[in-house]
Design a protein around this ligand. Structure first.
Ligand code: 8YV
Length: 322
C-alpha cells in the first residue's frame, strides 16, 4: 500500500521530520525555490498538512483532497480554521502536553518582572556589585493579586502555581468556569481596576485583537504589571509602550509580541520591560511531546481513526471523502 502523502510548508524540528518520514511521504515545500509550480504538481496527492507555520485559505484551496491540518502548537491563530471548517477539513493542535511547561515559564516571567531579576543579573555581569548592592525592587509578589485573562488549561495551571505562592487569583473569561473557586469578572476593565497584576494567556485571532489596550492599562494603574504568555496581538503594543514609558504602569513581562520575531526598538530600550523570545513551551522535552502529538494526529487520520485533538472550529464527524 502506498504511504499517505503530506505537505510540510515550513521547517519543523529534526525529530518530528524524522518521525514523519518513517510513516508518510513528506513533501517539503520550504525546500523548493519554485513553490507555486511544486505545489501544483503535488497538490492532487496531498491529504494532510504538518503545519509548523501559517496555513491560509489559498493554501487550503490549492489542495483538493486535503483532510487534515495538524498544527504544531496549542495556539492555531496562523491556521485559517474557519475556512477549513467550511470545507470539512479537520484542524488539530497540541494541547495538554505543553500546559505545565508554559505555566512554569509564566511564573518565571512573573518573578523576573516583579523582582527585576534580569536587570539584577545584568547589574552583576556589568561588574557593578562591588560599587554597591542592586537597588531594592519596587515591587514584590507578597502584596500582589493577579487577574488571569483566559482561564483555560494553561491559565488554570498558572493559577495553581500562584496559589502555592500565596497570591490571590481572580480571572476574566468569556464565560465563567465551573471547576474553579476564583472570582470571575465578566468585565476586563473592572478586573484590571481590582488587581495590580494581569497575566494574559489568551490565544490570538480576531476575537482577542488588542483586547488589552489603554483602558485596561489605565485601570491597572501605576502599580500595574502586565505579563503576556499567550499571543502578542492581544495587547495593543503601542499603548503598552506608551504606558511603560510614562510609568502609567510599573512593568511588563512579555514572551509574545505583535509582529514576532520583530520586537520594537522602543520596547527593547525600556528597563521596566522583561522580554523573552517566545520560549513558553521551548524545552526539548515539551517540543518533542508536541511533535509527537502532531505525528499521532496524522497517524490517526492515516488509519481512518478519529484525531486525538481536533480544535473547536472543526469537531470530528468523520473524515471528508477524498
Ligand atoms: C510554540 C505556542 O512556540 O503552542 C503554542 O501555541 O505558542 C508555542 O508552544 C509555537 O506553537 C510553535 O513555534
Amino acid at each position: 500500500m502506498s504511504r499517505p502523502q503530506i505537505l510540510m510548508p515550513a521547517r519543523m524540528s529534526e525529530n518530528i521530520e524524522r518521525t514523519l518520514d518513517a510513516h508518510f511521504t513528506v513533501h517539503r515545500l520550504y525546500l523548493r525555490d519554485d513553490q507555486p509550480a511544486a505545489l501544483a504538481a503535488i497538490a492532487p496527492h496531498i491529504g494532510g498538512i504538518a503545519a509548523g507555520g501559517a496555513v491560509d485559505a489559498a493554501l487550503i484551496d490549492a489542495l483538493p483532497h486535503l483532510q487534515i491540518i495538524a498544527n504544531f502548537g496549542v495556539g492555531y491563530d496562523k491556521i485559517d480554521a474557519k475556512h477549513a471548517s467550511a470545507k470539512g477539513i479537520i484542524v488539530t493542535n497540541t494541547p495538554d502536553v505543553l500546559t505545565e511547561e508554559v505555566a512554569d515559564t509564566a511564573l518565571g516571567l512573573v518573578l523576573m518582572t516583579v523582582r527585576e531579576f534580569s536587570a539584577a543579573e545584568r547589574y552583576l555581569r556589568a561588574g557593578r556589585w562591588p560599587s554597591g548592592p542592586y537597588p531594592l525592587s519596587g515591587a514584590t509578589l507578597r502584596d500582589r493579586s493577579v487577574g488571569i485573562v483566559g482561564l483555560g488549561r494553561i491559565g488554570k495551571a498558572i493559577a495553581r502555581r500562584l496559589e502555592a505562592f500565596g497570591v490571590p487569583v481572580v480571572y476574566h473569561n468569556r464565560r465563567p468556569q465551573d471547576d474553579v473557586g476564583y472570582r470571575y469578572y465578566p468585565d476586563l476593565v473592572e478586573m484590571a481596576r481590582d488587581v495590580d497584576t494581569i497575566v494574559s494567556v489568551l490565544p490570538g485571532g480576531a476575537a482577542t485583537d488588542k483586547l488589552i489596550g489603554k483602558d485596561v492599562l489605565d485601570a491597572l494603574g501605576p502599580r500595574g504589571i502586565l505579563i503576556n504568555i499567550g499571543r502578542g496581538t492581544v495587547v495593543d503594543e503601542a499603548e503598552l509602550i506608551a504606558a511603560l514609558k510614562e510609568r502609567r504602569i510599573h512593568a511588563a513581562g512579555l514572551d509574545v509580541f505583535e509582529k514576532e520575531p520583530q520586537v520594537p526598538a522602543e520596547l527593547m530600550a525600556l528597563d521596566n520591560a522583561v522580554l523573552l523570545p517566545h520560549v513558553g513551551s521551548a524545552s526539548v522535552h515539551t517540543r518533542d511531546a508536541m511533535g509527537q502529538r502532531v505525528v499521532d494526529n496524522l497517524l490517526a487520520w492515516a488509519a481512518g481513526k478519529p484525531p486525538l485533538s481536533p480544535v473547536a472550529e472543526t469537531p470530528f464527524k468523520g473524515w471528508r471523502p477524498r
